[in-house]
Design a protein around this ligand. Structure first.
Ligand code: SF4
Length: 290
């Protein structure tokens, strides 16, 4: 089993291969499924990702609470304009991430990668980057295995849960996974993948989990959107040759220690942060008719 970024890089160097190859190999060793069955399962995950990333772009999907819905459509419309501040790629990715989050809020089908709350980041990034690079479906599915390797290491050494480590652990991990997947799609190497993942986590270190009314909707949907942007920015930095000064494994360790230091009011209990603002409390009362 691969338990750290360092071990993952060593395995890639020893086998002269991509992270995805090692991840598929590891999965075949630890599951009862054949290589083909594992790849087919990932392909089915990708189908769900594509559907959730497009579902709310043209048709509004509102959550039962009414806290989220309609923003993916607005972002998509803006992405189609000729002139925007962030450009087409970023606006498209933001819209797709919002779409997944809105589908999740409306109790639709998503892939929790790594969690339902952060379900928009990875699909938004891989779909958008694969369009830019004309990647094949096989490349995209492989990139999902790369993302899974990063997520597995974070889960083993830290946490992926907002309740345990704050939003840095959920959206931060999703962003790290997506950054590595983006690098592989863009033809980068395993070192660049880990640099991008480290940069993505570092940029949200300390981010608290403070869902309004305790529902995984606000600020979650917008954090998915920003998590996708952060992943792509981290990937481009790594591809430019920029390295994370703190290595990936140490960043993951720091993220876990920071997460443990976050007070419980700011770890999915909806007792602090945005949930505890006057508007957050008013929305809580409105949703639960108090
Ligand atoms: S704020 Fe909390 S519930 Fe929402 S996405 Fe972040 S970790 Fe998940």
């Amino acid at each position: 089993m691969i338990y750290s970024g360092e071990e993952l890089l060593k395995a890639c160097r020893a086998n002269q291969c991509k992270i995805s190859s090692i991840a598929i190999e590891e999965e075949t060793k630890t599951s009862s499924l054949s290589r083909n069955e594992i790849i087919e399962k990932m392909r089915l995950n990708f189908e769900v990702m594509k559907s959730s990333a497009s579902c709310a772009l043209e048709n509004e999907m509102r959550s039962v609470s009414g806290l989220t819905g309609g923003d993916a459509k607005k972002a998509w419309k803006r992405s189609l304009q000729n002139k925007t501040i962030c450009g087409k790629t970023i606006n498209t990715a933001m819209a797709r991430a919002l779409s997944c989050s809105e589908v999740n809020g409306a109790m639709g089908k998503i892939v929790a990668a790594p969690t339902a709350g952060s379900c928009g980041i990875l699909p938004a990034v891989i779909i958008t980057v694969s369009e830019n690079y004309n990647s094949s479906e096989e490349d995209v599915i492989n990139s999902l295995f790369t993302a899974s390797a990063i997520g597995g290491i974070i889960a083993h050494n830290a946490t992926l849960s907002g309740a345990e480590g704050g939003c840095q652990a959920e959206c931060g991990s999703a962003s790290a996974m997506a950054a590595a997947a983006a690098i592989e799609l863009a033809g980068g190497n395993p070192d660049e993948c880990l640099n991008a993942s480290a940069i993505a986590i570092k940029c949200v270190l300390g981010l608290v989990c403070d869902p309004v009314a305790g529902l995984v909707e606000a600020p979650c949907a917008k954090r998915n959107s920003m998590g996708a942007v952060s992943a792509m920015a981290a990937a481009d930095m790594a591809l430019a040759g920029i390295k994370s000064i703190i290595p990936f494994d140490e960043v993951v360790d720091a993220m876990y220690r920071v997460g443990r230091a976050i007070p419980c009011e700011l770890r999915e209990t909806a007792q602090g942060g945005l949930a505890a603002t006057p508007t957050g409390k008013r929305l809580f009362n409105k949703v639960f008719k108090k």
